[in-house]
Design a binder for this molecule. Structure first.
Ligand SMILES: Nc1nc2c(c(=O)[nH]1)N[C@H]1C(S)=C(S)[C@@H](COP(=O)(O)O)O[C@H]1N2
Ligand SMILES: [Mo]
Length: 356
């Protein structure tokens, strides 16, 4: 039997496959970068400049993932009669090829669905989501490489598809484009008003979204306690600062984005004490790695600032946001805001810094 549907043709499949190869590669590489920044092996270093780089890589991660969803659906639809081919297995090579497609489809589907839930629902799987999303990404990219190696000799791109097939392709590109535009407002300011799905941008106190509130983190009382102090622990000893003492130190300002791993990002104006300034005041050296510890005892209650960041004057222990005292939901009395870092490492409600 010959396929009659316009989409069921190798040329269409190849074009969508090529687009998917591009979006998946972008998604994989940017996801790997994000993973390495959050779990840096000894050989990995991530610069503190340009300040917007992570915003771009993580925005690319989320948007290329979003674009992949309609592409993957179109790809599966355009090949689905083949999935029911008989005989199920013709040879060992054929069996391996079919198995790799099964693994590839399942892994790609898992990545896109878990990623989508993560963007939409704010960590429904708190702890294991990142590890599992990361592990399955390797399965997906591995099976994609096998699939490409098998299919490359058969790829047909040179001849134009006929008109009905072109319509199917146009619909596919349009669906991917609409999906991207609908989400991009979460990170691209100009698209904010046309993006129905940019859930969080522009909302929240002081014009900035909140990821986890002080109430949710259980720090409402401890963060407002007049006896709150910041301890800076160095090999020379521990120096403590009250909020007034921090305000009395030389203040710096910076325009820096919060770039959440979920893909939303927004720039804001921050003021406070720069890390190099604070380290000098505590008789330590800028460029020393520092562990940041929060009043929040949850899984995002601590982060490590590498030397690149503690040497950078733009890394702030922020006391103010957009010209006002930090809102408690943004980390009052003080929070870390550093250039070119994932939002998850911009620790709020800081109470202790330890040089490493
Ligand atoms: N102590 C603490 N700091 C935290 C978090 C947290 O849960 N606890 N969430 C992080 C995440 S995931 C992001 S994206 C940013 C968001 O900062 P905002 O809520 O001020 O926008 O804060 C980060 N700092
Ligand atoms: Mo985040």
């Amino acid at each position: 039997m010959k396929f009659s549907s316009p989409a069921h043709a190798e040329r269409v499949t190849s074009r969508i496959g090529l687009a998917l190869a591009v979006t998946f590669t972008l998604c994989f590489v940017t996801g790997l970068i994000s993973h390495l920044i959050q779990h840096p092996p000894p050989w990995f270093g991530w610069p503190s400049r340009p300040v917007w780089l992570y915003r771009v890589t993580q925005g690319t991660h989320v948007l290329s993932g979003i674009a992949s969803i309609p592409l993957l659906l179109a790809k599966l639809w355009s090949v689905y009669p083949k999935l029911f081919e008989r005989p199920v297995i013709r040879s060992v090579a054929h069996a391996l090829e079919r198995l790799s497609i099964l693994v590839l489809s399942a892994a790609a589907f898992f990545e896109l669905v878990t990623g989508l839930f993560n963007i939409a629902q704010n960590y429904p799987w708190t702890f294991y989501f990142p590890q599992l999303h990361y592990a399955v990404a390797w399965v997906a990219i591995g099976s994609i490489l096998v699939h490409i190696a098998v299919k490359l000799p058969k790829v047909r791109l040179t001849k134009e598809p006929d008109p009905s097939r072109r319509a199917f392709l146009r619909t596919t590109w349009l669906a991917a484009g609409v999906a991207v535009v609908a989400t991009a407002g979460a990170t691209v300011p100009l698209l904010r008003n046309v993006s129905g799905l940019s859930w969080r941008s522009g909302k929240g106190p002081q014009g900035l979204p909140v990821n986890r509130t002080a109430a949710a983190a259980g720090v409402l009382d401890t963060a407002r306690d007049p006896n709150w102090r910041l301890s800076v622990v160095t090999p020379k000893g521990t120096k403590t600062y009250s909020l007034d003492e921090l305000r009395a130190l030389p203040q710096s300002s910076a325009e820096l984005p919060i770039a959440c791993v979920e893909g939303w990002s927004q720039s804001a104006h921050w003021s406070g004490v720069s890390l190099p300034e604070l380290l000098r005041d505590a008789e330590s050296a800028p460029g020393t790695p520092v562990r940041v510890i929060s009043l929040d005892k949850g899984i995002y209650g601590s982060s490590d600032l590498p030397g690149e960041h503690t040497a950078d004057e733009l890394t702030l222990l922020a006391l103010e946001l957009n010209g006002e005292i930090l809102d408690i939901d943004h980390g009052f009395p003080c929070r870390i805001i550093a250039p070119n870092r994932p939002g998850v490492l911009q620790t709020k409600w800081v109470t202790r810094l330890e040089t490493l």
